[in-house]
Ligand binder design. Structure first.
Ligand code: ATP
Ligand code: LTN
Length: 334
């Protein structure tokens, strides 16, 4: 048994992942990988809380796995698996749902946003989704959950549910901490810098997909909404420029303020064309490697099969413990 602390995180295969997912989540996972024992999940069960076309879901799941590996998540150091392969996630989620209040779920910002868009045909999984997320995390005695800023509220609920269960029965779950990066925790839309960059944005110019070609990236960055100040400053008054500085600073590994200094006396045109180049070059290796992995389905199958086996061993032990504590009769093999 390793004495390293445990990380769990996941991304939904609900589309093609964006630069926001990469900078807010995936790239940080890679940095933390050596220091922790890691579980990185492709949360396909979360993805079906909004309608998915089966063929696209299959494709996006394998693509996301390829992108995990292409970004540097190493299957020898991290357990990489697909959520629907480990049934304990939904089983624990049912138990935790029985301890979650409707009011708690109704307050979730993501639910409020998505339900406002969804109109009348709201499904109940969209409402209970944060409980499934809590199960994902709690099954593995997770210490740390690296996510973007938008997931902090869900993490709070996971902590509350863990504490509630521990108080009602006895100490069972570890209380997880959230980890958000200093820069890149909230990458904004290129078309509306007051909104987060999202893979489900109807306007494709708002986001950069990890699979966008260099030409597409350059076009999107050049079209990014800025302001009429005309000076490259790192300031809340210039959210479009601030967003591009944040993005580039993450790739260049310098502070956004220092990056802004490079553009003193220069216009937005020059800054944007450098920014486009930095992003395009930064994403190129991930895109190219991901395409290679997509052509090796046997390798992908090996990774997710081994991952599921390792994850299930841990998850089933935790679930048995929980079932016992709540009074379910343990199943006897005959
Ligand atoms: P959707 O648009 O389908 O709701 P999403 O793009 O928000 O999805 P998720 O799969 O929900 O993506 O998120 C995966 C991870 O990426 C989470 O850790 C989330 O916090 C992070 N993330 C998502 N969008 C951004 C963003 N714009 N900036 C930083 N991190 C982000
Ligand atoms: N809800 C997250 C995805 C997610 C997740 C998790 C993140 C599902 N389960 C467990 C961290 C840990 C989202 O980004 N929408």
């Amino acid at each position: 048994m390793s004495d390293k602390k445990i990380i769990f995180s996941g991304i939904q295969p609900s589309g093609k992942i964006t630069l926001g997912n990469y900078l807010g989540a995936l790239s940080n996972w890679v940095e933390l990988q050596d220091e922790y024992q890691n579980y990185y999940c492709i949360v396909d069960m979360h993805a079906i809380t909004v309608p998915q076309i089966p063929k696209d879901l299959r494709e996006n799941t394998l693509l996301l796995l390829s992108q995990y590996i292409a970004s540097g998540i190493d299957p020898n150091k991290s357990t990489i698996f697909i959520q629907s392969h480990v049934p304990q996630h939904v089983e624990l989620s049912w138990v935790l749902q029985s301890m979650t209040y409707m009011g708690e779920l109704g307050r979730m910002t993501q639910y409020k946003d998505k339900s406002a868009k969804g109109g009348e045909n709201l499904n109940s999984a969209l409402f209970t989704y944060p409980v499934l997320m809590a199960s994902d995390i709690l099954l593995y005695s997770t210490d740390l959950v690296p996510v973007g800023e938008d997931q902090k509220q869900h993490l709070e609920l996971s902590r509350d549910l863990a504490q509630r269960f521990n108080n009602r029965y006895s100490d069972t779950f570890k209380i997880p901490e959230v980890y958000t990066p200093k820069v890149g925790a909230r990458v904004m839309s290129l078309q509306d810098p007051s909104k987060k960059m999202s893979k489900s944005d109807e306007n494709e110019n708002g986001y950069i997909s990890l699979m966008d070609s260099n030409d597409v990236i350059i076009k999107k960055v050049k079209r990014a909404v800025t302001d009429s100040v005309g000076i490259v400053n790192y300031s809340d008054e210039q959210p479009g420029i601030k967003n591009l500085l944040d993005i580039c600073s993450k790739f260049e590994k310098v502070s956004p303020q220092d990056l802004a200094l490079r553009y003193q006396g220069k216009g937005y045109g020059e800054f944007k064309s450098d920014a486009a180049e930095i992003i395009a070059q930064g994403l190129r290796p991930v895109r190219e490697k991901a395409n290679e992995y997509m052509n090796d389905k046997a390798y992908l199958e090996e990774i997710y099969s081994q991952g599921a086996q390792k994850a299930e061993e841990v998850a089933s032990k935790m679930l048995s413990k929980v079932y016992k504590k709540i009074g379910f009769i343990p199943k006897k093999r005959i």
